[in-house]
Ligand binder design. Structure first.
Ligand SMILES: [Mg+2]
Length: 373
C-alpha cells in the first residue's frame, strides 16, 4: 500500500465568515475571515486519498492556493517514500498543506490516526523523517535518538493514559466575546503589537495578575528582542511564549539557544508539516522548554492534537506546564473535528478542558462540506 502513487493534487480556497461576529479577532486582526487552502491528494488507488490544509486569516489564501498549485508537481507522480519538504512564508504554508495531506494519506494507509502512526514508529524511522540540516549545532541525530529511546520507558502507560484521560486544553477566545471572568485563562497575547521596551513596561504593569506568559510580545522574527523581554520579566515569573508565526526549525533553534522563550507554540501549518515539527519537538525536549501548541484556526486544533499526543507519549513524557490551545466553536465541516471529554469553566492548567484521543484513522482533515460539492 505504501507504494501507491499520488496522481493528482487538488486545492480549494475555503472561507468561513468569522468576521461577522468577530470570532478569531485579536489585537492585530479585527475582522478576520478564517480560511484554509484545502488539499486533496488522489492516488492510483481510488479508495485512498490524503487530506490536508493550511490556515490563514483570510486575505492571501488565494496566493497560498497558487503556491500549492506551483508545488503540486513535486508530489504528483511520486510515492510516499519519495517525498520530502522545504523553508518559508507562503511557500512554507503551501508546503504544510501538501505535506499534511501526505501524512494523512500515510496514516490512512496504515489504518491509524496520525498520532498513533507516529507513536508506533521506530525511533530510527522517526529520525529519518527529520531534516537535521542547519540544526545539528543544537541537536544531533544521536541526541534526538537518545531522547526518543529514553522516552521509551513507560511509553505504553502514557499512551493508555491519553486514551483514557485525553490531553489538557485551554481556549484563547477573546474576553470581549462575552466569556465570564471565571472562564478567562491567565495568559496574555499581544499579537506582535509592541516594541521590546514597550512590552516589558506593559507586562510589568500587569504582573500583579500573575499571567503565566506573554505571547508574541513583539515582532515574531525578533529573537534577541524576545530574549530581552524574557530577561526583563523573569523576576515576575512571567514567561514569553511564541512560535505560531515562526517560519522554520532554524528560528526555533535560535529562540532556544538565546533563551528567548519559555513556552514553545508549535503550529501544524506554519512550518513544513509533521517533519519539521518533529525536529522542533525534539529540540524543545533537549532545551527542556515545554511545548504548548498554537491552534484555534480552521483545522489547526484537528492537526496539532496528534503532534502533542506524540510529544507526551514519545518525547517529553511530561504534562507539566503544558496545555493545548483550542477554540470551542470549532469547525463542523471537519470530519475529524476535535472532541472533548469534558469542558467546564476554569483556569489554565486546571484540566478543565480535555482533548479526547482519536482512535479512528478516518478522523483526519476531511472537510465534509467541501467533499460534498
Ligand atoms: Mg497568539
Amino acid at each position: 500500500m505504501l507504494g501507491s502513487k499520488i496522481i493528482k493534487v487538488s486545492v480549494q480556497d475555503v472561507r468561513f465568515p468569522t468576521s461577522l461576529e468577530q470570532h478569531g479577532s485579536d489585537a492585530m486582526h479585527t475582522d478576520p475571515d478564517y480560511s484554509v487552502a484545502y488539499v486533496v491528494l488522489e492516488t492510483d488507488n481510488a479508495t485512498l486519498k490524503g487530506y490536508g490544509l493550511t490556515f490563514t486569516v483570510g486575505r492571501g489564501t488565494e496566493i497560498v492556493v497558487c503556491a500549492v498549485k506551483a508545488l503540486s508537481s513535486l508530489v504528483e507522480g511520486k510515492t510516499l517514500e519519495e517525498i520530502i519538504g522545504p523553508e518559508k512564508g507562503v511557500i512554507h504554508l503551501a508546503t504544510a498543506a501538501i505535506l499534511n495531506a501526505v501524512w494523512d494519506l500515510w496514516a490512512r494507509v496504515e489504518n491509524k490516526p496520525l498520532w498513533k502512526l507516529l507513536v508506533d514508529m521506530e525511533p530510527e524511522k522517526l529520525i529519518s523523517c527529520i531534516d537535521f540540516r542547519y540544526i545539528s549545532d543544537a541537536l544531533t541525530e544521536q541526541e534526538a535518538l537518545d531522547i526518543l529511546m529514553k522516552a521509551k520507558t513507560d511509553q505504553k502507560s502514557r499512551e493508555e493514559q491519553m486514551l483514557k484521560e485525553g490531553y489538557p486544553a485551554y481556549t484563547t477566545s477573546c474576553a470581549w466575546l462575552g466569556y465570564s471572568d471565571q472562564q478567562l485563562t491567565q495568559m496574555i497575547d499581544a499579537n506582535q503589537r509592541w516594541d521590546v521596551n514597550e512590552a516589558i513596561t506593559w507586562v510589568t504593569k500587569l504582573a500583579e495578575f500573575r499571567p503565566l506568559w506573554i505571547e508574541e510580545p513583539t515582532c515574531p522574527d525578533d529573537i534577541l528582542g524576545h530574549a530581552s523581554i524574557s530577561k526583563g520579566l523573569a523576576q515576575f515569573g512571567i514567561g514569553v511564549a511564541s512560535g505560531e508565526q515562526c517560519h522554520n526549525r532554524v528560528m526555533f533553534k535560535q529562540f532556544l539557544q538565546a533563551s528567548a522563550l519559555q513556552f514553545i507554540q508549535i503550529d501544524s501549518c506554519r512550518v513544513g508539516s509533521v517533519n519539521e515539527n518533529l525536529a522542533i519537538l525534539l529540540m524543545a525536549a533537549k532545551f527542556n522548554v515545554p511545548v504548548c501548541p498554537h491552534a484555534g484556526g480552521v483545522g489547526l486544533c484537528e492537526l496539532v492534537q496528534h503532534l502533542i499526543l506524540f510529544d507526551y507519549i514519545c518525547v517529553s513524557a511530561s504534562l507539566s506546564n503544558r496545555t493545548l490551545d483550542t477554540l470551542v466553536k470549532c469547525w463542523k465541516s471537519l470530519c475529524g473535528s476535535i472532541s472533548f471529554l469534558k469542558v467546564t469553566s476554569g483556569e489554565l492548567l486546571s484540566r478543565s478542558m480535555i482533548y479526547k484521543c482519536h482512535r479512528n484513522p478516518s478522523e483526519g482533515i476531511l472537510m465534509f462540506s467541501v467533499e460534498r460539492e
